[in-house]
Design a protein around this ligand. Structure first.
Ligand SMILES: [Zn+2]
Length: 461
């Protein structure tokens, strides 16, 4: 839409009276005109005939369509006539750079997968170059799937940060703590010091945040956990950790420490409302009560849990205890796709099948888990996760076109049960286009794929 000629109009910050009939329309950057909107807050609502108004990277209003022209003058307007607009998806747990290892070792249980396939490969190849190329591959896949934020746990977070800057995505990067030496660090203090230095250098980046990331109870000592708990208290950073992924992990902890991992983490001061317990599969009722008592967050990764035969997380019991749940893909070396819509669908189907209750985790709850639930889990719910004025404009448009998505009776259930990531058409982060008509807007998918093929040859050699 062209600017109005010969007239100086107020910007949004210059006028607070945009809702009065007499005011001139406020200048804004972008207006999106979708067929439907699911704002997530308030819960369970599908809006029609509303425009999403965006200025300076934030959502300004969900304006009734008949009032938009009177109230706002946009530099750019986009019609989305067959689309449902939702908040950008939040991938609450992944190891992005492992996208380069997609399919390298399938159909194995967790311990042998890690010890015979993944760790030897990482000890030989992990480098800033590998993390840069792998994270770029992952971001290309995630953006095309409507994922606008990912929570990462991997070596060389400085290389992942470069990619975040380049491709326009948002990320929460892990400050690793790990008592196993690697090409990145020789001991836990070395890992922590390197990660904290990256966080200090990049703490003001508008699309980066950080969490302390002790890998798992079976790879982190008591002394390291104590340092992590102290750092969390000093810095107010959240904690991102794999917890109770398998029954084997629980059994080994009982043997080694005489405690279940969750009991040990509680004793060491690791559990709290800013702690994200990833997987949380092998839980008994007492474990769930401990997580609930500490208001601990959970990242549910259903595909990774099934593929590695770890089990099925008790999502309805967690929910019943009032525990917030986000969804994660885990790394593409184990999943093998970074597709949060399919995780949401699977989470719903598993909850229904496991509970015998078809109303378990209904569509709006699954959309919440894939957006605001994940944002809460990362401590970012004040900024992202819902379509509310003041929040960053991280958005995902899903286009219901073609036979597979017609007719449309309920756009919310349609996202889960009929559509998939192939129907994601446009994506924005901070109001900037990152996917336009199914094409990456800021990076070349061809270049990304070429780099992945080079790594395939290296790994083979
Ligand atoms: Zn993981």
């Amino acid at each position: 839409m062209p600017d109005m000629p010969n007239r100086s109009r107020p910007t949004l910050s210059e006028t607070t009276a945009v809702d009065t009939v007499t005011a001139l329309p406020a200048r804004v950057d972008l207006i999106l005109r979708p067929r439907w909107m699911i704002p997530v807050v308030p819960a369970g609502v599908v809006l029609e005939n509303r425009d999403l108004v965006i200025h300076e990277s934030r959502i300004v209003a969900l304006c009734p369509r008949e009032q938009t022209a009177q109230r706002y003058l946009a530099s750019s307007t986009e019609d989305l006539p067959e689309h449902v607009l939702i908040p950008g998806l939040v991938n609450a747990h992944c190891h992005a750079a492992m996208a380069l290892m997609r399919g390298i070792a399938d159909d194995q249980p967790l311990q042998s997968w890690l010890e015979t396939a993944i760790w030897p490969l990482e000890s030989r190849w992990a480098s800033t170059e590998m993390v840069r190329d792998g994270t770029l591959l992952a971001c290309a896949e995630m953006l095309r799937a409507g994922i606008t934020t990912f929570n990462d746990m991997y070596f060389f977070p400085e290389a992942a940060a470069e990619v975040v800057e380049q491709c326009g995505i948002r990320a929460s990067l892990g400050i690793l703590a790990f008592d196993v030496p690697s090409a990145y660090g020789h001991d836990a203090d070395d890992y922590l010091n390197k990660g904290l230095a990256v966080r200090d250098a990049l703490r003001d980046h508008p699309r980066l945040s950080f969490m302390l990331a002790p890998h798992a109870p079976y790879t982190v000592s008591d002394a390291t956990f104590e340092r992590v708990a102290m750092l969390a208290a000093q810095t107010n950073l959240g904690i991102h950790i794999h917890v109770h992924e398998t029954q084997t992990e629980v059994d080994q902890s009982l043997q080694q420490y005489g405690e279940r991992p969750i009991e040990r983490l509680e004793r060491l001061g690791i559990l709290g409302p800013q702690t994200l317990a990833v997987h949380s599969v092998a839980l008994n009722d007492a474990d769930i009560a401990v997580l609930a008592r500490h208001n601990t967050q959970v990242a549910h990764c259903p595909t990774a849990n099934l593929k590695l035969a770890s089990g099925i997380a008790r999502t309805t019991a967690l929910q019943g205890a009032g525990i917030n749940i986000g969804l994660g893909t885990d790394g593409a070396a184990g999943n093998n796709r970074l597709d949060l819509l399919s995780e949401a669908r699977l989470a719903g189907l598993l909850a229904k099948g496991a509970s015998g209750d078809a109303s378990a985790l209904p569509a709006h709850t699954l959309i919440y888990m894939a957006t605001l639930g994940g944002a809460r889990a990362l401590g970012l719910s004040e900024r992202i996760g819902s379509l509310e004025p003041g929040k960053q404009a991280d958005l995902c448009a899903i286009r219901f076109d073609g036979a597979a998505t017609q007719p449309v009776f309920d756009p919310a259930s349609h996202i889960l049960y009929a559509a998939g990531r192939e129907h994601v058409s446009d994506v924005w982060v901070d109001g900037q286009s990152v996917v336009k008509k199914k094409q990456l807007a800021q990076i070349s998918e061809e270049e990304v794929s070429l780099k992945a093929k080079l790594w395939q040859n290296r790994f083979r050699g």
